[in-house]
Ligand binder design. Sequence first.
Ligand code: LCS
Length: 393
Amino acid sequence: MKDDSKSIETRQVHSGTIKDQFGSVVTPIYQTSTFAFENVDDGAYKFKHKGEGYFYTRVSNPTIKDLEDAVTSLEEGYGGISTSSGMSAVNLVFWTFLRPGDHVVCGDSVYGPTLSVLSTFFKEFGIETSFVDATQLAEVQSAIRENTKLIYIETPANPTMAITDIEGVARIAGQQNILLAVDNTFCSPYLQKPLRLGADIVLHSMTKFINGHADVVSGIVIAKERSIFGPLMAKKNLLGLNMDPHQAFLVRRGLKTLSVRVERAQENALKIAQFLEQHPKIDKVSYPGLKSHPQYEIAKRQMKGPGALMSFELKGGLEAGKTLMNNMKIAALAVSLGGIETLIQHPATMTHSGLPRQQRLYSGITDGLVRYSVGIEGANDLIEDLANALEKV
Ligand code: LCS
C-alpha cells in the first residue's frame, strides 16, 4: 500500500513499495549485493535511470528502498536516503552541500560528534561554522554571512532538551536562500515534521526511536525536493554510506510500532518528569512537557507531544549524579536513546566527552547533567527505581 492520505499510524505499518511474487506481507530481506540484468540494454537502462530497478546494493536494494519510502512518507518528503549510521547521515548532508570557503550556522546544543565533525574535520577542509544559541532567533539571524550555505539545528537538542522554533529559523533561511537541515532524532516523525515547518532536509539517527529496539545502528536523510534528493543520493553512492539489507529489514520492523512505543514512553516520561521536578534532591528538570521548560509554548506548537527524553541536575552536582546513576536497577547505565528500554547516561563523560569543557559549558552541558531516555516499562517501577537511587544520594 502506498497511500499518503492515510494516518501516520496506518502508514508506519503499511507504507512501502515492494510487492513480491509470493505476496509476502512483510518485505523480504533481499540479501544480495548485485542484481542480474535481462540483457545488456536492460543493464544500460538501469545505470542511466538510477532509481528505476536495481543493479547494485550500494546504490539501491528493494529492502532498503522499502524502508526509505516508508520513512519518507511519515516525514512527508520527496525522497529518503538511508545510511549505515546516524553519523553517516549527518556527514552526508555536510559532504553534499558544503565546499571550501562555505559557512555553516549550527545550533550550539547538538549531538557531540556532530559538533566535533564541524569544528574539527570540516574546519580543516576550509568550512567555517558559527555555533549559536538557536533558541534565540536573533542569534541565528545575526550569524548569517554572505557565504552561509547551511543552517543546521537539532530540536529538542541532545542533551539539553533546548527547543528551536523550526518555523522561525526556516523563515530566516528562506529569506536568504540558505538550506535548513533539522536533526529530528529526538522526536521521530511521529512527534514532529520539520519539512512541514519549512525545513529543506530532515535527518535521523534511526538507531533511536525509528528502530526503537536498541539492536541496529542506522540513519536516514530525507529531502523535501527532488533538487535536494539527487545530490544527496549521488554523494551517498560515491561515499559508500549505504546501509545493509538486513539492517533495513530490522529497522522497517521496528518502525511498524513507532506511534505505540512513543505514546507509551512519553506517557511514562511526563509522570517521571513531574516526580523529579518536585523531588527535594533535584535542582532542575529539562523536559518539554513541563511548564517550567523555557520553550514550553514552542514545543506545544511544533511537537505533537513532549517525547520520552529529559535531562536533569541534582542539587549535589556531579557526585550526587554519579551516585544516582550507579544505583539505578531498571534503567541501564548506557548511551543511546529512543529504545523500549530505559537508559541513563552522563553527557559530560560519555556522549559529549569529545568536546572541550568550555564548549560543553557554553552549550549548557554542565558536569552534573544527567540524561534519561524513558522506555515502555511500567511508570511506577521506573519512578521507584529513581526514588531508590535518590535515597542513596
Ligand atoms: N543525531 C543525534 C541527535 C543523536 O543523538 C545521535 C546519536 C546521532 C545523530 C548519531 O547517530 P548514530 O550514528 O549513533 O546512529 N546519539 C547518541 C547518544 O546520545 N548516545 O549514543 C549515541
